[in-house]
Design a protein around this ligand. Structure first.
Ligand SMILES: [Zn+2]
Length: 65
């Protein structure tokens, strides 16, 4: 299966790691559900306006680009 989400994450503001998982908002496609099961993405659901962090770090921090 090709890597759908291969962007290098920006640095985490807490721990400086670049291993964060992208958070995808909105109604997930079947590919997105599959990717979330594989741990390639996190499904964020429908986010409140103005509260849509793009990345979830392994340390638990959610942050923007
Ligand atoms: Zn972190």
């Amino acid at each position: 299966m090709p890597q759908l989400f291969d962007d290098t994450p920006p640095e985490c503001p807490e721990c400086r790691e670049r291993t964060a998982t992208p958070i995808i908002y909105g109604d997930p496609s079947s590919e997105m559900v599959q990717a979330s099961r594989l741990g390639d993405i996190v499904l964020g659901g429908v986010a409140a306006e103005g509260d849509m962090p793009a990345w979830l770090c392994s340390c638990g921090t959610r942050y923007e680009d």
